[in-house]
Design a protein around this ligand. Structure first.
Ligand SMILES: [Zn+2]
Ligand SMILES: [Zn+2]
Length: 451
């Protein structure tokens, strides 16, 4: 909407906006206007990429690495891929914009399929990334490492004294990672996903970060009746209350899904990824990422890419110093990372993907099978695997593995991964061999190049 206002100012263009939950009549009118050359600019969310715009000259994909471009339900599509495909069919151009290119786009630039339009990214000699090795601090009696290391605490104090701003970046929600009964050891979990629930202390509620299930914190243990529920791990709320204790004079504020006001005199900003979705992304003298290790634990070939683009984003908001707290320092110690040369990091990542034939050098398809009965779903997954196996020498197929998470919204999940050089060959193969397969009680879906 802000973009709409901006483009409208003093411009004679005919502009329209489409968005989710728009009235169907209004949406239809916009489509007709677009088709009948009654519209110059259309701003829209994901499905807008299909608009039959007359004389289409340019499609701009803002924040091309955003997760929102992939439609997770039928019809499955990726808005960026649709835009690129439309460009191949028509005459128009596509601009992919963003703070960091995806590895696919980076590869397309290298192979001259796309052109890079500045700014030139180079080695950043003056601002090294500081790695704080959390292993030196050991565990407390409760078995936890400090959330804010003494080294970071010291840096925060110095920055505050010098009148500087600090951003602490966290990737967790809620007050604590999990809630449990200290008497019988029961961990409060989501019945549908079998995953620990996150505890939000401000609202006194438990939330499943997978399916969104919310319930009040029980006053007693549902298993043994003990009247005391404990929590462990940490979330953004706990860090905030700890910061208040350590720096009682500092003005501390929090930016996440639930909190988005940023007072101009804030000294310490505690933020999740939501900070990058703001109209104006605030910058700070010192930026500290305290739990990036989670990105490395992604059991997915995109782990490194996600880590690099996140750090790249953090680099854009830091003026003096970026600190990373980690219990796995060996992952960050390479020179290219410390000086943060994203080109060299991406080049190394491309070499590795090539060696392992992973995207963008090959294409993957994940056949996902979901059912309420664990054994039944597992058996079907292996049956499907047997049917697909050894059918085509150009398609590699891997044994079924448990989904991540293994259970979601009441359904157990298994995935079969397939790999091929040519994406069209892969989808033809699946169409041909999966067409006749039907199993009661098990739903199957196919995802091409899972994110
Ligand atoms: Zn109990
Ligand atoms: Zn759940």
């Amino acid at each position: 909407m802000e973009l709409f206002e901006l483009l409208k100012q003093g411009q004679p263009h005919r502009i329209a906006v489409t968005y989710r939950k728009q009235k169907i009549g209004e949406e239809l009118r916009i489509w007709q206007d677009a088709k009948n050359a009654q519209l110059d600019i259309l701003i829209g969310t994901r499905p807008a990429v299909f608009t039959p715009m007359c004389n289409l000259g340019l499609i701009i994909i803002e924040e091309e690495d955003g997760y929102g471009y992939k439609e997770e339900q039928a019809p499955y599509y990726h808005a960026r891929e649709v835009a690129l495909m439309r460009a191949q069919l028509g005459e128009h151009k596509v601009i992919l914009a963003g703070r960091t290119p995806t590895l696919e786009s980076y590869y397309a630039i290298k192979t001259k399929k796309m052109r890079y339009i500045g700014p030139e990214a180079g080695e950043d000699e003056k601002s090294e990334i500081k790695i704080v090795d959390m292993r030196q601090y050991g565990f407390s009696r409760k078995g936890a490492r400090p959330i804010i290391s003494p080294a970071l605490g010291d840096r925060i104090q110095k920055a505050l004294t010098a009148g500087k701003k600090i951003i602490i970046f966290v990737n967790r929600k809620g007050f604590a990672a999990s809630a449990y009964c200290p008497k019988c050891g029961l961990v409060l979990t989501c019945e549908k996903c079998s995953r620990g629930l996150a505890f939000y202390s401000e609202e006194k509620k438990l939330v499943c970060n997978l399916c969104g299930l919310t319930k009040p914190l029980p006053s007693a243990c549902p298993q043994c009746g003990a009247r005391y529920i404990k929590h462990k791990g940490f979330g953004i709320e706990r860090i905030k209350s700890q910061l208040h204790l350590s720096y009682p004079q500092a003005k501390i504020c929090r930016i996440d899904k639930e909190h988005d006001t940023l007072p101009p005199d804030a000294q310490i900003i505690l933020a999740t990824e939501m900070i990058f979705h703001r109209e104006q992304v605030p910058a700070a003298d010192v930026v500290a990422a305290i739990d990036l290790d989670k990105a490395l634990q992604i059991v997915n070939y995109r782990g490194n890419e996600k880590l690099y683009s996140l750090v790249h984003r953090l680099k854009t908001i830091v003026r003096d110093e970026l600190l990373i707290q980690t219990a796995m320092p060996e992952h960050y110690q390479q020179k290219e990372f410390i000086h943060f040369n994203i080109q060299k990091l991406f080049d190394a990542e491309l070499r590795e993907r090539k060696a392992l034939s992973l995207p963008p050098f090959a294409h993957l398809a994940a056949v996902s099978l979901r059912g309420k009965d664990l054994e039944h779903t597992k058996r079907i997954a292996f049956e499907v695997y047997e049917k697909l196996k050894d059918k085509d020498s150009k398609v590699m197929i891997f044994e079924p593995t448990e989904g991540l998470p293994a259970k979601l919204r009441g359904k157990y999940r298994f995935n079969i991964l397939l790999k091929a050089k040519n994406p069209f060959h892969l989808s033809d193969f699946l169409r041909k061999h999966l067409a006749g397969i039907r199993h009661s009680g098990v739903i199957s879906t196919i995802e091409i190049d899972p994110q």
